[in-house]
Design a protein around this ligand. Structure first.
Ligand SMILES: [Zn+2]
Length: 142
């Protein structure tokens, strides 16, 4: 969790953690995990041969090969997990919140005009001119 957003992972560290994962795979602890036969993500029951070792925080994102970060995962979840990484979820959430929404939401923001223009973008937005009925405001420096 603590290094979730640290994308600059040292390749040497990843290699080290991979080696640690291989070691863990040979332990009785891991055998017990897959003998339970329960996928961490979907909760389904699978034969041990169907379960793979999965890092909750991927090594490529700074995760570690610790027992707390390693879970049994069925093949289906292992495949679909690639597309539902938390970071991707955050990104798709941001996609939903388009900048235009804030105008209609009636959110009261106490900001100076210059800053508002900076945030909203185009100061001479066509909508603004249309609603005001004054296409050529008094601010023109002609
Ligand atoms: Zn699963």
């Amino acid at each position: 969790m603590e290094e979730w957003f640290d994308m600059r992972v040292d390749p040497a560290q990843v290699a080290k953690e991979r080696a640690k994962a291989r070691e863990l795979r040979r332990t009785n602890w891991w055998r017990a995990q897959i003998q339970k036969g329960v996928c961490h993500y979907c909760g389904g029951t699978f034969p041990p041969s169907e379960l793979t070792m999965d890092h909750i925080v991927p090594l490529s994102r700074g995760g570690h090969s610790t027992k707390g970060n390693i879970v049994p995962c069925c093949k289906a979840c292992n495949n679909s997990k690639k597309y539902t990484m938390p970071v991707d979820e955050i990104l798709s959430d941001l996609d939903i919140d388009e900048p235009g929404d804030t105008e209609d939401a009636g959110v009261e923001i106490d900001l100076p005009d210059e800053l508002m223009r900076e945030l909203v973008g185009d100061p001479d937005a066509a909508d603004d001119a249309a609603t005001d009925g004054t296409p050529d405001g008094s601010a023109t420096d002609a």
